[in-house]
Each structure stands twice: as structure tokens, then as C-alpha cells.
Design a binder for this molecule. Structure first.
Ligand code: PXP
Length: 245
């Protein structure tokens, strides 16, 4: 079964634009659960630009979300590992973070950061699975495997570059697709769970699903964006009804 997790950061981004309470990502998480998909992804960024610490606490405490799968995306800092140990998500996905980026711009360089990653992972609660968000490069997969003594459960391949290309940029598109395919096959062969995410939408996902080693997708922006257009008429009608009455 191929799993789908929905990234609900984008709901929190809209909420933070007014610094209020709505729209509430926890309400979105309930709809995600009702939809029957595997779980949600929340990225607690160091600058707290969307998901807040309190969102994680409310997710965990909400009886309707009991046992619902939470993938906590985070930078490999001590602060984030302390939070993960307190919240105990099902999975953490380690990502690189730059303050000035609009969104995660590339995979985590496991080779370059292996010393600090080993140190942090030593102190992670054993019930939490570990995924690493990496670019589709063989040496990064090898470095992920060699991070021990704590075993890595899997990798999430960065599809950002692939997703930015249009099918008419055929050569580049094929090159990025092939990179993802080769990396997914290699990681799978090495016994890693393979996920993929970033920038995926109804236009670019179909071709990617031909890579049978990708067993999980993490998708947010396009789904939350599309939901505006699927729900806008209904939202207008609710306000119109009040005004007309
Ligand atoms: N995976 C990772 C590691 C990400 O950083 C993001 C974006 O927060 C996603 C998946 C989801 O990407 P998108 O929101 O573009 O679908």
C-alpha cells in the first residue's frame, strides 16, 4: 500500500498571516484523518513561521486524532530533538533549514553533517522512526546508511527540482526523473523505506508513481491550494446566506 501524508503547514501559514486562531491546522488534521490517508506532516521551523509548538501539543492531546500518524519535519538542532522527545511523533524527518528560504530548498547533506547527526540521533527516543530528506544522490544514501549506531528507517527523496520542471522541458525532466528512479531503486535495494515529496501535484505525480520503490508521498502545498478552488463557492454561499437573511 502506498502511503500519503498531507503537509498541513500551509494552513498554519494562512493563520499566521493574521496571528489569530483560524484557519486551524488541527481542524485540517481531522479532515485529513477522515479522508482515510496515512497521516499528516508538520514542519516546526526554527523561526515558527507556520506551525507553532502549541499545535503539536494540541494535535497530540486531541481525542479525535488519537493514534493518527504524525511526521514531524524538523532541522537537526538540539532544540528540535528535545521537542521531538517530548511530543513523540511517529516519525521525524530531518531537513536542512535556512532562515531566508521560502521553503526547504534542498536535501540535507548527510555526508557533511554526519558527526552532528550521529550525536543528535543517539539521544532520540527509540519509539520514533527516522527519515532523512535528501537529494537523489547515491553518496547521500550511503552516508544515510552509515549513520549508525541508530538505524535510519528511510529516506525522503527531494522532488523539488523535478517538480519545478514542465513536461515540455523534456530532457531536463527526464534527467531529474531518472535521478529519482535510480536513487529510489538503490535505497530500496539497501533496505531503506523510500518516500518522496516537495512540489508534487496532480500534474507531476502520475509519472513519479511509476517508480514502484517509492512507498510514501508527503504532499501539502498543491492540495491545500486546490482546496481553495474546490471550496470557494461553498464559502461564499455561507456568507451570502447570512447577508440575505
Ligand atoms: N517534504 C518535505 C521535506 C518538505 O519540506 C515539504 C514542504 O514543507 C514537503 C514534503 C511538502 O511539499 P509541498 O508542500 O510542496 O507539497
Amino acid at each position: 500500500m502506498i502511503k500519503l501524508n498531507i503537509n498541513i503547514d500551509h494552513v498554519a501559514t494562512l493563520r499566521q498571516s493574521r496571528m489569530g486562531f483560524a484557519p486551524d491546522p488541527i481542524e485540517a488534521a481531522k479532515i485529513v484523518k477522515e479522508s482515510g490517508v496515512n497521516g499528516v506532516v508538520m514542519h516546526l521551523r526554527e523561526d515558527r513561521r507556520h506551525i507553532q509548538d502549541e499545535d503539536l501539543v494540541r494535535f497530540k492531546k486531541n481525542p479525535q486524532l488519537k493514534k493518527f500518524h504524525l511526521n514531524l519535519e524538523m532541522a537537526p538542532t538540539k532544540e528540535m530533538f528535545d521537542i521531538a522527545n517530548k511530543i513523540k511523533p511517529n516519525v521525524i524527518t530531518l531537513v536542512p533549514e535556512k532562515r531566508k528560504e521560502l521553503t526547504t530548498e534542498g536535501g540535507l547533506n548527510i555526508k557533511k553533517n554526519s558527526r552532528i547527526l550521529k550525536l543528535r540521533l543517539k539521544n532520540l527516543h527509540p519509539s520514533i522512526k527516522v527519515m532523512l530528506f535528501i537529494d537523489a544522490i547515491k553518496t547521500q544514501i550511503d552516508a544515510s546508511i552509515n549513520l549508525g549506531p541508530r538505524t535510519i528507517d528511510g529516506i525522503e527523496l527531494n522532488t523539488g527540482q523535478y517538480a519545478r520542471l514542465e513536461p515540455h522541458q523534456y530532457k531536463l525532466f527526464k534527467k531529474e526523473f531518472d535521478k529519482l528512479k535510480i536513487a529510489a531503486e538503490y535505497a530500496h535495494e539497501k533496505g531503506l523505506h523510500v518516500a518522496a515529496g516537495h512540489g508534487l501535484d496532480t500534474g507531476n505525480l502520475r509519472i513519479l508513481t511509476s517508480i514502484s520503490q517509492i512507498m510514501e508521498y508527503n504532499i501539502g502545498h498543491s492540495i491545500i491550494g486546490d482546496s481553495i478552488f474546490f471550496g470557494l463557492k461553498k464559502s461564499i454561499k455561507r456568507i451570502q446566506d447570512i447577508i440575505e437573511r
